[in-house]
Design a protein around this ligand. Structure first.
Ligand SMILES: [Zn+2]
Length: 135
């Protein structure tokens, strides 16, 4: 345990793999491809087994998306300047992180989390509408 990486949240990691279409793109296990979900993970590291099939560049992308989803799981709805982007790549990244984290039942203060998610969606719709009116 000393020199190994911190273990992952297995469910969040599997949801991240799903969001990256790993079951369709890189899984060598028939049951993943068929079920369109990475179902297997290592007990010690809590990593989906199919992460072994990623090349280093793909793995770096997985880690980045996983970390962002992990942050969304823990911080959406908290008092901080988070998830406020209404356009651009940052908004897309937030959208993805929140969509992944939403699948995980043990989110931070679930009711507050969901309320913040709905409020964010309303802000985005309003911002999109405003942008549409300006164009
Ligand atoms: Zn898989």
């Amino acid at each position: 345990m000393s020199n190994s990486k911190p273990s992952l949240d297995a469910h969040l990691a599997m949801c991240t793999a799903d969001a990256m279409a790993m079951p369709q793109m890189v899984c060598r296990r028939h049951s993943c491809r068929r079920g369109q979900r990475c179902r297997w993970y290592f007990e010690t590291s809590r990593e989906p087994c199919c992460l072994r099939n990623l090349d280093p560049g793909q793995r770096a992308i997985f880690d980045q998306i996983y970390q962002a989803a992990h942050f969304a799981k823990g911080f959406l709805g908290s008092d901080g300047p988070f998830f406020e982007a209404l356009s651009g790549p940052e908004r897309l990244s937030d959208d993805l992180s929140i969509a992944i984290a939403r699948n995980v039942a043990h989110r931070w203060m679930v009711e507050r989390w969901d309320k913040a998610r709905r409020a964010r969606e309303k802000r985005i719709v309003a911002a999109d509408r405003l942008r549409g009116a300006e164009e």
